[in-house]
Ligand binder design. Structure first.
Ligand SMILES: [Cu+2]
Length: 487
C-alpha cells in the first residue's frame, strides 16, 4: 500500500516544534519502540556467493520470484539478473564504461541507484526517475571511482525500503591494475558479504508498523548473501571479506568470535592508504568495510563466527551480542598472501579549501500520532522530501563542509550523500572521535544521538539534481531526504 506523504510548511513546523520534544520523550519510554532481538540459527546453510557479471556490457532485469532461504522457509522475494533474491556482483575496472540494459519485470515502478559511485544525475536513480513495469532503461556511465566495494539497489520515492527489503540489492566492485599489483586475496578468497536482517515469520512481506516507521524495520533473522544460518568453508589462509550492511535499519558491530584482529583495508570509497588492525567495525545501513581475516593459525575442524557485539549509543538497538555466520576450517593450505604495509594513497581534502559550511539538523522529530502522520516523524533540517523543491545548490568542483547535527536527537541516522565520496572531518559529542573505518573515503556516515558529524566533500563535475538522506530506509521513505543541485 502506498504511503501518502503529507507536505508540511514552516508554519506547521513551528506548531509541531513544541510537540517534538514531548514526542521524543514518549517514544523513549515506550518499551515497544526497540529493535527486535536476533534469533540465532543453526549455521549449516552453505554461504551463496553471487555470480559475477562483467559491467562493460550487462543486461538484466528485476523480477519477483520465490526463494527457498532454508529448509522449510520459502518466501516471495525480488531479485536481479535471474537471482531469486539479491543479484549478480557487477565487476568492472576503474576508467571503463559501465553499460547495463535494464528491464523492469516487476509489477511496480523501480530504478537503480549506484551507491557510492560518481555518476551523472540522469543515471543516479533519482527518486522520481523511475521505470514503469515492463519498461527498460539503459544505464551507462564511465566508472571514475577508486577500486572498492560499491553496491546497487532501488531508489524509488517511498518504495526504497520495501524493494530493498524484499531482496533487491547487489555488489558493484571496482578494480584496477594498481590494486591487482598489491596481491590481495582474490578469486574465491575475495568474498563479498551482504548482511541483512529479515522477518521470516511474515515471509518477506514488507508491512511496517508505525513503530517500524519510527525506528526502522528490524527482523529476527540475519541473512548473509540471502541465507539465514550461513556457513562458509575456509582454508588456513588469508581472506578478503567485503562487508556490506544492506539492512533497512540495523547496525552491526562486526567482530570475530575468536577474538582475533582483522586488518581493515577499505572503507565505502575503496582502499585505505595502509591496513589497520581492528577488533571490530561498526557499520550502519549502507556502509561498507573491507577486512583481511587470517585463518592461518587454525586447524581443520576449527570454527570461528562472524558476530555482532553489543554497542552503546543507541536507545533502540545494540543491546545484544549475536552470531551472524560461521567460518569452518576444512583444509590446510599454504598462505600465498604477503602482508602489505601500504595500500593506495588517500588524498586528504584540506579544510582551508572549503568555500562554505552548511549545517543540517538531523535531530528533531515530529509528533507521532497514529496513522495520519505515519512515517512523517523524521524531518531533515525541518523539511520532508519534495522532488519539486531545490533545497541546496553547490558549485561543481567546489569544496564544502557539511555538518549533520544530531545533538538534540534521540535516534541514530546514517547520512548518505549521492553524487560522490566525501571524507569525515570530525565528530563531537557522543563517541567524540572518528573511527578507524571513517578515515578513508566515505559516502555514508553514522551519527548517534548527541553527535555532530562534519564531513568535507569536493563536489564532482556532474551537473544536476541529487539527493542526500538518512539511509535508515524507513526514515528515508518517510521523507528524511533533501535535494541538492550541482551547478
Ligand atoms: Cu534516520
Amino acid at each position: 500500500m502506498k504511503q501518502i506523504r503529507i507536505k508540511f510548511n514552516l508554519g506547521l513546523l513551528s506548531l509541531f516544534a513544541l510537540l517534538a520534544f514531548s514526542a521524543c520523550m514518549k517514544m523513549h519510554m515506550d518499551p515497544d519502540v526497540t529493535a527486535r532481538d536476533i534469533a540465532e540459527k543453526i549455521f549449516s546453510n552453505p554461504l551463496p556467493v553471487p555470480p559475477v557479471l562483467d559491467g562493460k556490457s550487462a543486461a538484466f532485469d528485476a523480477k519477483s520470484s520465490t526463494s527457498m532461504l532454508s529448509s522449510g522457509i520459502t518466501v516471495n522475494s525480488l531479485g536481479y539478473a535471474g537471482a531469486p533474491i539479491l543479484g549478480a556482483t557487477i565487476r568492472i575496472e576503474q576508467g571503463e564504461n559501465f553499460n547495463l540494459d535494464f528491464k523492469n519485470n516487476l509489477i511496480e515502478a523501480t530504478n537503480i541507484h549506484w551507491h557510492g559511485l560518481e555518476v551523472p544525475a540522469a543515471q543516479d536513480g533519482y527518486p522520481t526517475d523511475v521505470i514503469a513495469p515492463g519498461g527498460s532503461f539503459q544505464y551507462s556511465f564511465q566508472v571514475k571511482n577508486r577500486p572498492g566495494t560499491y553496491w546497487y539497489h532501488p531508489h524509488p520515492d517511498m518504495a526504497t525500503a520495501s524493494q530493498a527489503y524484499r531482496g533487491l540489492a547487489g555488489f558493484f566492485i571496482v578494480g584496477s591494475a594498481e590494486e591487482s599489483a598489491l596481491g590481495l586475496p582474490s578469486g574465491e578468497f575475495d568474498v563479498p558479504l551482504v548482511v541483512q536482517d529479515k522477518r521470516l515469520d511474515g515471509g518477506l512481506t514488507y508491512a511496517p508498523s508505525d513503530n517500524d516507521r519510527s525506528i526502522g524495520l528490524f527482523g529476527e533473522t540475519v541473512l548473509v548473501n540471502g541465507k539465514p544460518g550461513a556457513m562458509f568453508e575456509v582454508a588456513t589462509r588469508t581472506y578478503r571479506f567485503r562487508l556490506l550492511n544492506g539492512s533497512n535499519a540495523r547496525i552491526y558491530n562486526f567482530t570475530l568470535s575468536s577474538g582475533a584482529t582483522m586488518e581493515l583495508i577499505g572503507t565505502d570509497g575503496g582502499l585505505l592508504d595502509a591496513p589497520v588492525a581492528i577488533n571490530s567495525v561498526l557499520l550502519s545501513p549502507g556502509e561498507r568495510a573491507e577486512v583481511l581475516v587470517n585463518f592461518g593459525g587454525l586447524t581443520v575442524g576449527d570454527e570461528v563466527f562472524l558476530k555482532s557485539n553489543a554497542f552503546a549509543g543507541s536507545a533502540t538497538q545494540g543491546k545484544q551480542d549475536f552470531k551472524i555466520m560461521k567460518f569452518i576450517v576444512t583444509r590446510q593450505e599454504d598462505d600465498p598472501f604477503v602482508q602489505v604495509s601500504t595500500l593506495m594513497p588517500v588524498e586528504k581534502i584540506v579544510e582551508s579549501e572549503a568555500i562554505a559550511i552548511r549545517t543540517f539538523n538531523i535531530g528533531h522529530m515530529m509528533a507521532h500520532s497514529g496513522t495520519t502522520m505515519s512515517g512523517m516523524i523524521h524531518p531533515l533540517d525541518g523539511k520532508f522530501f519534495d522532488p519539486n523543491r531545490r533545497d541546496e545548490v553547490v558549485n561543481a568542483n567546489s569544496v564544502e563542509i557539511w555538518e549533520f547535527d544530531n545533538t538534540n536527537g534521540t535516534e541514530t541516522h546514517p547520512m548518505h550523500l549521492h553524487a560522490g565520496q566525501f571524507q569525515v572531518l570530525s565528530r563531537t559529542g557522543g563517541r567524540g572521535q572518528l573511527e578507524a573505518w571513517e578515515k578513508g573515503w566515505k559516502d555514508t556516515v553514522l551519527a548517534f544521538p548527541g553527535e555532530k558529524v562534519r564531513i568535507i566533500v569536493r563536489f564532482p563535475g556532474n551537473l544536476g539534481k541529487y539527493v542526500f538522506h538518512c539511509h535508515n530506509l524507513e526514515h528515508e521513505d518517510g521523507g528524511m531526504m533533501l535535494n541538492y543541485e550541482i551547478k
